[in-house]
Design a protein. Structure first.
Length: 150
């Protein structure tokens, strides 16, 4: 043995390193292709195309009229929560970027993660949602949608 304690399982440091490695691999784009031995093959040559408009649930225009309405946030292993969309903010600098701010009950327990949201106008959508604040009015949750197009 090299003296490390193997009984601890996944540590915070290990999780951060794994996430950073995953982000590097996903975000490498052309560099990943170059490392894989297909240097010089761009997006057009690979057959990858920019989606025409993309899914409606990834559009700010879909959520803007829903501000003030209730959604149901489904949690694994727990009861679903009612959350209210309190803001849909378009990025001032990027066309395809916006954030959604939801408010849940002040004592609600929600960790950052992928959640299924349900709304009569949207049916079901999955978004990565993180808690960003807790106040007298409730727990504030945020989803950031950033559709980078090249």
């Amino acid at each position: 043995m090299d003296g490390r304690d193997e009984s601890r399982g996944l540590t915070r440091s290990g999780l951060i390193k794994a996430g950073a490695l995953g982000a590097l691999v996903v975000g490498a784009g052309g560099a990943g292709s170059a490392l894989a031995g297909s240097a010089g093959m761009g997006a057009a040559a690979s057959g990858i195309r920019k989606p025409a408009g993309g899914p409606a649930y990834l559009s700010h225009a879909t959520y803007a009229p829903l501000v003030g309405t209730q959604f149901r946030l489904h949690r694994t292993g727990a009861r679903s929560l009612r959350v209210r969309l309190i803001e849909a903010r378009q990025s001032p600098t990027a066309v395809n970027s916006f954030s959604l701010l939801f408010r849940a009950h002040p004592r609600a327990g929600v960790d950052g993660g992928l959640y299924r949201l349900e709304h009569p106008a949207l049916r079901n959508v999955e978004l990565f949602i993180s808690p960003v604040g807790r106040g007298a009015k409730g727990l504030e949750l945020e989803a950031v949608i950033n559709r980078i197009a090249t």
